[in-house]
Design a protein around this ligand. Structure first.
Ligand code: FES
Length: 114
């Protein structure tokens, strides 16, 4: 997704999210990663804009996620990469609605190098 969504995107609650704290899902045709945080959930685009690392295998550091390939770190509030300021990832606010999640896009993926 490259443009801000005006309407939330509804997806089923991903399998395994409660157990592992991280799950890959599809939202509006795009692969995303849903992450459990202390105060709820967050979602990001699955593929790192650097060289397509799989953020579904990323490691969470508090309010950040670290790409497993070269270690770039993205903040989960705005999607900004703290290693490369021209780069960011799409971040989604996540609301639980029954058995579903409602995703609202907060930022866009920028600086893709692949
Ligand atoms: S592919 Fe993610 S940091 Fe290089």
């Amino acid at each position: 997704m490259t443009e801000s969504a005006s309407q939330p995107i509804r997806i089923p609650f991903p399998d395994g999210l409660l157990e592992t704290g991280i799950a890959v899902a599809v939202a509006d045709g795009q692969e995303i990663v849903v992450l459990k945080q202390d105060d709820g959930y967050r979602a990001v685009d699955r593929w790192c804009p650097h060289e397509e690392g799989d953020l579904g295998e990323g490691m969470m550091y508090g309010t950040n996620i670290k790409c497993p390939v070269h270690g770039y770190i993205f903040d989960l509030a705005r999607g900004q990469c703290i290693n490369q300021f021209t780069m960011s990832i799409a971040v989604y606010d996540v609301e639980v609605d029954g058995d579903d999640l409602l995703l609202t896009q907060l930022s866009e993926t920028k600086g893709r190098e692949w």
